[in-house]
Design a protein around this ligand. Structure first.
Ligand SMILES: C[S@@+](CC[C@H](N)C(=O)[O-])C[C@H]1O[C@@H](n2cnc3c(N)ncnc32)[C@H](O)[C@@H]1O
Length: 265
């Protein structure tokens, strides 16, 4: 976009972020075929427990609590829900695109096998570990302090990727930047953080901005079909990408649209 000022460019990306009340299965109602550069989905984790916003946990305030169901009965039930949704989104992807599915220890092994089947084992790119560190410990096991983000491409020789740079930790490279490994050390959102909306299981902007920069070219399109509070579409705006967010929860759509509007101001 030669000759377009940064301010105008921001305004263009702001205009091209939308959030819709929609089941992931029907993503094609809002997204044209072969247009998505990066699909990031953070679906329910099959915890068996409905997720509700904690009292006083954020800015939902007077608008009340928000939440979503998170029980699929079994791992097979969860995969039976997830698989057709991943398949429904594939025609929307560009050949150069990447797909990231964010899950945890409960289902990541099942989801990886499903993605190997649907996309092909040779499309596997990374098993990212988001190490968030927050919370308690356990006397019976190593404390479970990471989520799993399974990253696949559509075309192994064609996909777009730019490795994020993080501060080097070794003595030799002290003070320099190096390419990130597959362990992403990004703190979870703390209770006092300004970005906290109160929507349950909200992910940190720092994580989504890193993923958007790494997996979507500037100006490209990010699709989050389970957008919750809208973290991914806000990250798209902040990094100069376009974004579409979908969610079946009216609460989520309200919160996400509010965040998008707040970003434009
Ligand atoms: C883990 S939360 C996403 C949180 C989000 N990443 C954030 O930072 O706020 C999962 C979301 O998936 C949504 N969801 C559940 N089933 C869905 C479906 N079939 N289609 C679209 N969204 C769905 C839920 O309403 C919930 O908002």
């Amino acid at each position: 976009m030669i000759g377009v000022s940064l301010k105008m460019r921001r305004a263009l990306y702001h205009a091209s972020v939308t959030v819709h009340l929609c089941d992931w299965l029907n993503a094609a109602d809002h997204v044209a075929p072969a247009t998505v550069d990066f699909l990031y989905a953070d679906p329910p984790f099959n915890t068996g427990v409905a997720k509700r916003s904690p009292p006083g946990g954020g800015k939902l305030g007077r608008e009340g609590a928000a939440g979503y169901a998170d029980a699929f009965g079994s791992a097979a039930g969860f995969i039976g829900w997830l698989r057709p949704r991943v398949e429904a989104a594939l025609p929307l992807m560009k050949r150069t695109g990447l797909v990231a599915i964010h899950v945890d220890w409960r289902t990541s092994h099942h989801v990886r096998l499903m993605l190997d089947e649907v996309l092909g084992e040779d499309r596997f790119v990374n098993h990212l570990v988001w190490a968030y560190g927050l919370g308690g410990s356990s006397p019976r096991r190593f404390a479970r302090k990471h989520d799993d983000i399974l990253l696949y491409c559509l075309e192994p020789r064609e996909y777009w990727f730019e490795a994020p740079l993080v501060p080097a930790t070794s003595q030799r490279l002290k003070g320099q930047m190096k390419k990130a490994t597959d362990v992403l050390d990004v703190p979870a959102i703390n209770n006092m953080a300004g970005e906290r909306t109160g929507y349950p299981t909200q992910k940190p902007l720092e994580l989504l901005e890193m993923l958007a920069r790494a997996c979507c070219p500037p100006g490209g399109l990010v699709l989050d079909p389970c957008c919750g509070s809208g973290t991914t579409v806000v990250a798209a705006m902040r990094t100069g990408r376009r974004g579409v967010g979908l969610d079946v929860s009216a609460d989520a759509v309200r919160v996400a649209r509010g965040r998008v509007e707040g970003e434009k101001r």
